[in-house]
Design a protein around this ligand. Structure first.
Ligand SMILES: Cc1cc2nc3c(=O)[nH]c(=O)nc-3n(C[C@H](O)[C@H](O)[C@H](O)COP(=O)(O)OP(=O)(O)OC[C@H]3O[C@@H](n4cnc5c(N)ncnc54)[C@H](O)[C@@H]3O)c2cc1C
Length: 505
C-alpha cells in the first residue's frame, strides 16, 4: 500500500492500515513536518475516533476545551451554543494546533511499526491490472514503487489527483483570510470557547492551550496590518483589548472544491486532496480524519482477501456526500461573514439571534458542530432499519439515554476494535436463554465463514420503551463506529445478508 502525504489524513490512514497488518509506505515531499500548522478545532466525532484508537488521553492532555461558541455582531452578543448538549461524551471541541495533532498521530503510526519517508515526492503513476506503478523522487534519487493501491492524501494541490485526471470542481474564495496566534490582554470571559465577531472586519478567536488564541480574520486589504486591524475589530466589544506575544501572522487564500470522483481504479484521494472548504467552520482536517477511518478498514479487508474489491466503492459513496455537505455549509458560513449591506447584515443577525434563542435549533447546531450529523444511511453496504436513534448508517452514540428513571447505556467502550462488533441490545422482556443462544449462534455463523466480526457483545436495557427497538435488537457496528446493520428480528439471516453486502460474496 502506498500513501502519499503525511498530513493528518495520511498519518491516520497509514497508522490504521499498519494496525490491521497492511504493510504501508507513507511518503511526504517535505523534509520535515511543519512546525506551525493551520487547524485548531477538533470536533467531537474525531475525538470519539481517537478514543477508539486509545489516543484520547494524549489529545485531551495536549489540547484545551472549546465548549462554548460565542457569536457576536454589531457590538453585542447574539447568543451562544453550548457543545455540552451535542450528544457526545466529548461535549466540546478540542483546541489544538495541527502540528501537535500530527505529532500524536506520528507516534501512533510508529507504535504500529510505520514511519514517514520524508523528502520523497510522488512524480508519476501508472495504473495497471495488478495495481499501480508509482515514480517517486527521494532526494536526488528516482525510484519506482509497485503498490496494489495508492491513496493520495497530498492536500489541496494533490499530485495524485492531477496525475489520475480527477477533476476538482468548485471555486476560489475571493476574499483572503489571515491568521495569527496571540494572547488577548483584557479578555474577560471564559477561555473554554471560540468567539466569532461578524462585523465588517470579521474575526474568529479559537482557544489554544495556555490561554492563547488562534485569531482568524478577513483582512480589508492585501497590505493592512493584521494585528492592528484585529485589535480595532475586537475593541468594539472589549475596549481595552490588546494582542501580545503574537506569532505567525500570515495571509492565505481558500477554495471550495470537491473531487469529481474519490477513486480512479487502484488510486484513491482523501482529505484535502478530495475536498477543501473555507475554514469558517473548521471541518477540513476533521473530514480528512473521517475519510481515513472510513477507507482504512475497507482496504484492510480487501488486502487480506476477506472482502472483494467492490467494498471499496462504498468509500466514495459514503464520503463524497459528506464532503459536499461540509463544503456547502462552510461556503454559507463564509458568505454570511462577508455581507456588506447593512439591511442584509441586520437580517442575518436576526436569524442567528432567533436560532440561538431556540433550544431545539441550538441543540441542532451543537450536533452539526460536533459533526454528529454524519450519516451513511442509503450506502450500498448498510442494511436494515434506519430508524433513529440506532438506525443503520448512523454513528453508534457513545451513550444512549434510556427512558426517565432508567439511566443510560454506555456503549463507547464496545467499539474499540479493528473489526466489526456485533452488539445485542436486550430489552427488559428479552429471554436470557434466547439471548445467550443467539450470541453463540452469531459467533459461530461468523467464524464458520470468513471472519468479519471481532467480538459479540450484549447489553441489557432495564427500560427501552421509546427507543423503537425489538425485544432483541442486533447492531453490526463497523470499525469506524458507524452502524452497518440493524435487525430487530431474524437476526442470523440479517447478519448473513449484511456479510454478503460487505464481503461481496
Ligand atoms: C488557516 C486554516 C485554518 C484551518 N482550521 C481548521 C480547523 O480548525 N479545523 C479543521 O478541521 N480544518 C481546518 N483547516 C483545514 C485543515 O488544515 C486541512 O483540512 C488539513 O490540513 C488537511 O489535511 P490533509 O492531511 O488532508 O492534507 P495536508 O495537511 O495538506 O497534507 C498534505 C501532505 O502531502 C504532502 N505532499 C503534497 N504533495 C506531495 C507529493 N507529490 N508527494 C509527496 N507528498 C506530497 C505535503 O507535504 C503535506 O505534508 C484549516 C485550514 C487553514 C488554511
Amino acid at each position: 500500500m502506498l500513501v502519499v502525504g503525511a498530513g493528518p489524513t495520511g498519518l491516520l490512514l497509514a497508522a490504521e492500515l499498519q494496525r490491521r497488518g497492511v504493510p504501508t509506505l507513507l511518503i511526504d515531499a517535505r523534509a520535515q513536518a511543519l512546525h506551525w500548522d493551520r487547524a485548531t478545532v477538533i470536533h467531537a466525532l474525531s475525538l470519539e475516533l481517537f478514543e477508539a484508537l486509545g489516543l484520547e488521553e494524549a489529545f485531551l492532555a495536549a489540547g484545551c476545551r472549546q465548549r462554548r461558541l460565542l457569536i457576536h455582531a454589531e457590538g453585542r452578543r447574539l447568543g451562544e451554543v453550548d457543545l455540552a448538549g451535542s450528544g457526545s461524551r466529548y461535549g466540546f471541541n478540542l483546541g489544538l494546533s495541527e502540528e501537535v495533532t500530527e505529532s500524536i498521530l506520528t507516534g501512533h503510526l510508529e507504535r504500529h511499526g510505520g514511519s514517514v519517508q520524508r523528502s520523497c515526492r510522488l512524480q508519476g503513476l501508472q495504473p495497471h491490472d495488478g495495481g499501480v506503478t508509482a515514480t517517486i523522487a527521494c532526494g536526488e534519487q528516482e525510484q519506482t514503487v509497485e503498490a496494489r493501491w495508492l491513496v493520495g492524501c497530498d492536500g489541496l494541490r494533490s499530485t495524485t489527483r492531477e496525475l489520475s485526471g480527477i477533476g476538482f470542481e468548485g471555486h476560489a474564495i475571493p476574499r483572503a483570510w489571515a491568521v495569527f496566534d496571540a494572547v488577548v490582554e483584557g479578555w474577560a470571559d471564559t477561555y473554554e470557547a471560540n468567539a466569532a465577531y461578524l462585523d465588517t472586519s470579521p474575526l474568529i478567536l479559537t482557544a489554544l492551550p495556555g490561554q492563547r488564541w488562534r485569531v482568524y480574520m478577513r483582512p480589508a486589504t492585501e497590505q493592512s496590518d493584521l494585528v492592528s486591524e484585529a485589535t480595532a475589530a475586537l475593541r468594539r466589544y472589549l475596549p481595552s483589548a490588546r494582542f501580545h506575544d503574537v506569532e505567525n501572522p500570515s495571509r492565505f487564500h481558500c477554495h471550495t472544491r470537491v473531487a469529481s470522483v474519490f477513486r480512479a481504479g487502484p488510486v484513491f484521494v482523501a482529505g484535502d486532496a478530495a475536498h477543501v472548504c473555507s475554514p469558517a467552520k473548521g471541518h477540513g482536517l476533521n473530514c480528512g480524519l473521517q475519510d481515513a477511518a472510513n477507507l482504512a478498514w475497507k482496504l484492510a479487508l480487501v488486502h487480506h482477501g476477506v472482502a472483494g474489491p467492490a467494498l471499496l466503492d462504498s468509500y466514495e459513496q459514503e464520503r463524497r456526500p459528506v464532503a459536499e455537505q461540509v463544503t456547502r455549509s462552510s461556503d454559507a458560513a463564509d458568505q454570511a461573514q462577508l455581507l456588506e449591506r447593512s439591511g442584509e447584515r441586520a437580517a442575518r443577525d436576526r436569524v442567528i439571534a432567533a436560532m440561538l434563542a431556540d433550544p431545539a435549533s441550538r441543540a441542532q447546531e451543537a450536533v452539526a458542530e460536533a459533526e454528529l450529523n454524519v450519516n451513511y444511511a442509503g450506502s450500498a453496504i448498510t442494511a436494515g432499519s434506519e430508524k433513529p436513534p440506532l438506525g443503520a448508517g448512523q454513528r453508534l452514540p457513545t451513550t444512549i439515554a434510556l427512558p426517565p428513571g432508567a439511566g443510560a447505556a454506555h456503549l463507547h467502550q464496545l467499539t474499540h476494535r479493528r473489526g466489526h462488533t456485533l452488539l445485542l441490545l436486550a430489552g427488559p422482556e428479552a429471554d436470557p436463554e434466547a439471548l445467550a443462544e443467539l450470541r453463540a449462534q452469531l459467533k459461530e455463523a461468523d467464524t464458520a465463514a470468513s471472519r468479519l466480526v471481532e467480538a459479540v457483545e450484549s447489553i441489557r436495557l432495564e427500560e427501552s420503551s421509546g427507543l423503537g427497538l425489538g425485544p432483541l435488537t442486533l447492531l453490526a457496528v463497523r470499525p469506524d463506529g458507524f452502524i452497518g446493520l440493524r435487525a430487530d428480528t431474524d437476526h442470523r439471516e440479517a447478519l448473513g445478508q449484511y456479510r454478503q453486502l460487505v464481503l461481496g460474496r
